[in-house]
Ligand binder design. Structure first.
Ligand code: SF4
Length: 314
């Protein structure tokens, strides 16, 4: 096992082969133990306690300055990875999730035990744990397999694989992370080690407006980096024309503390101010909701349906 994989394991991740991972989301735990849920439950109606948080690829083509996950990997993605097939990967992920939930029995009252029982059968997958999921060579098949199992699927990508997005089975909700409004800022904030990365992101943004699924741009806001000129994001948001834009504060946690300072973490009211400045510049968006504990503001495009349909109803 490599150094990076070992580090992930010491942080409570369960590895899937030597390229994927599962971790119990903070909000899955909170939902089970304290009935507090994540902002995606509030915004879109998924159930935090039935959410499987996983990635099929712990490898990434960037080293974003704000990333709070361990960044011990080298810049090259190994060529000799023994990629698991989607079915096997999902089986292992579900098993790992069950294992991670085991310790909660005996700690809870009856009501929350019911929730814990339901958590054993996730119906929502957040493919966004660490690394870049689209590096996994069977991404499309993975989404299909999850759909066969009646999961709603949220996929988060850094936008570096437009050709894949153009042809793949699309998830229920496709997220593209966008923190930079210029190539120069992209190089400083995302630290890509792939050629033409900015051009690929631009292609992804163009594509986003054409894809037949729910689309979201998530912009992590960092003070002194990308918050000072909100209007610079306008052409990019307009080009992508996503159903939703999530403006979310950078959090001063995990390994990002070695690269940034607490002063880079905006308060919720600063995220709100950013949203209020940008909305009048956008042609079809309004502020739809916010969640102060996660310091996130949701912009919705006119006509976009906010709640997703959960296939199995709860
Ligand atoms: S949607 Fe994201 S934040 Fe919410 S429970 Fe799932 S992994 Fe956690």
């Amino acid at each position: 096992m490599g150094e990076h994989q070992e580090k992930l394991e010491t942080k409570g991740y369960k590895l899937l082969g030597d390229h994927g991972a599962v971790s119990l989301c903070h909000w899955t735990k909170k939902s089970i133990t304290e009935n507090r849920t994540c902002y995606k439950q509030k915004f879109y109606g998924i159930n935090s306690h039935r959410c499987l948080q996983m990635t099929p690829s712990i490898f990434c083509q960037q080293k974003c300055v704000f990333c709070w996950r361990p960044q011990t990997l080298s810049k090259t993605i190994p060529e000799d990875i023994d990629w698991l097939e989607p079915k096997e990967l999902i089986e292992k992920a579900l098993k790992a999730q069950k294992k991670l939930l085991e310790g909660y029995y005996g700690m809870l009252d009856d009501l929350n035990e019911q929730k814990l029982d339901q958590a054993q059968e996730p119906n929502q997958v957040a493919i966004s744990l660490t690394g870049e999921p689209t590096i996994y060579p069977y991404m499309s098949e993975l989404i299909k397999e999850f759909k066969k199992k009646d999961f709603t699927t949220f996929l988060v990508t850094n936008g570096l694989k437009p050709d894949l997005l153009e042809n793949m089975e699309l998830p229920t909700q496709l997220y593209v992370s966008l923190e930079a409004f210029s190539e120069e800022l992209h190089k400083r904030i995302n630290i890509p080690f792939e050629e033409n990365s900015w051009q690929k992101i631009q292609r992804t943004l163009e594509l986003l407006s054409e894809l037949d699924t729910r689309t979201v741009i998530r912009t992590t806001l960092l003070k002194d980096w990308n918050m000072e000129e909100p209007e610079k994001f306008v052409p990019l948001f307009e080009k992508a024309s996503p159903n939703f834009i999530e403006l979310k504060a950078y959090m001063f946690i995990g390994s990002s503390r070695q690269r940034l300072s607490i002063g880079n973490m905006p308060r919720h009211y600063e995220v709100k101010e950013f949203a209020e400045e940008i909305v009048p510049e956008l042609s079809e968006y309004e502020i739809e909701d916010e969640d102060s504990q996660s310091r996130v503001v949701l912009l919705r495009k006119e006509g976009a349906e906010r709640k997703i349909q959960t296939p199995s109803g709860s």
